[in-house]
Ligand binder design. Structure first.
Ligand SMILES: [Zn+2]
Length: 325
């Protein structure tokens, strides 16, 4: 494969004139030489745009280049995107939906407790905490002290005021050094416009014996092989980088973090990728959640024998548990 000029290549793709792109270099090694990897589209809500993902010639990280400017990405995090995550009334299926959402928080709890002691003295911060259901769940279960960082979503959410909430960019926050026992980043890191600054910040605020837990989609997974550019983990243009196991570990090592544990899975349900990937690839862009909620749970039921082995099959996710060494 031959190297490309990202700013030239993007002009050949179909994008509204209003999109402002900026060139970036590799987040891991800083090199700018790259080859084309795939063209991603916004499949979830079906918005316009074709986004270029390249592979670094030097270290093989796959990242979006050029990427939309930070102001340009904002409309992609608008109410529609949030609604996909936060809708509450699903009619007769509401209890099932709520059970599924709560299960996600219970799976995060299980994963954290496997590697960390969590008690009333524990200080936990969740980066990209959204409306904070995971933090509130952990506080309820263990009594731990909870902090969160995110951009405000302007939604009223019960008990949100129990969280020590920091609004805005993680690395711009004023959080005391060596103060946190556990830092979690559940599907935050692959959205990050400055992942290096976020890791540096995490290292600063983490206690000497603290743990940093990061979950991201895994590029070299079964579902990527199945869906290719329609893989839900591409999630263009929100995802700034697509990490293989090698690149993900490389990133941690670059910052001098010790990877205590690597898991070829996460708390995020791989079934969501199987379902939405199937939809994007064979049905189309733009999920109408009102129409798919029943087939969604039916499919989950039918696949349940396979999903029992989800943690062994490298379906879609990966998680690291790191210390400062
Ligand atoms: Zn590189």
């Amino acid at each position: 494969m031959s190297s490309i000029q990202p700013m030239t290549r993007i002009k050949e793709l179909k994008n509204p004139d209003s999109f402002k792109f900026e060139q970036v270099s590799c987040y891991i090694c800083g090199e700018s030489d790259c080859t084309e990897f795939l063209i991603g589209e916004e499949d979830l809500t079906g918005k316009d745009g074709e986004f270029l993902y390249v592979k670094c010639t030097n270290c093989e990280l796959v990242y979006q280049n050029p990427r939309l400017t930070i102001d340009g990405i904002k409309p992609f995090y608008d109410s529609e995107y949030i609604a996909h995550r936060k809708k509450k009334n699903w009619g007769v299926l509401t209890p099932l939906y709520e059970w599924a959402m709560n299960k996600h928080d219970r799976d995060k709890e299980r994963l954290v407790k496997k590697y960390c002691h969590v008690g009333p003295e524990t200080k936990l911060i969740d980066v990209g905490c959204a409306v904070g259901t995971f933090l509130l769940h952990m506080n309820k279960k263990t009594g731990c002290k909870i902090s969160g960082v995110d951009f405000k979503e302007g939604l009223e959410y019960p008990d949100f005021d129990k969280i020590d909430f920091h609004e805005g960019l993680f690395y711009a926050q004023n959080i005391p050094e060596n103060s946190m026992d556990i830092i979690t980043m559940w599907h935050f890191f692959e959205h990050d416009y400055d992942p290096n600054a976020s890791i540096d910040m995490a290292k600063r605020i983490l206690k000497e014996d603290g743990k940093l837990i990061i979950e991201v989609p895994r590029l070299d997974s079964f579902t990527f092989k199945l869906f290719g550019k329609k893989w839900p983990g591409v999630q263009a243009p929100q995802h700034t980088a697509l990490y293989s196991k090698k690149a993900f570990l490389h990133m941690m090592e670059k910052h001098g973090l010790k990877v205590e544990s690597y898991m070829p899975y996460g708390a995020f349900p791989p079934y969501f990728y199987i379902f939405t990937g199937t939809y994007f690839k064979w049905i189309g862009k733009g999920l109408n959640l009102n129409k798919i909620i029943f087939p969604y749970f039916l499919g989950q039921f039918l696949l349940s024998p396979i999903l029992l082995f989800k943690n062994k099959l490298n379906l879609s996710m990966q998680t690291v548990v790191c210390t400062k060494q």
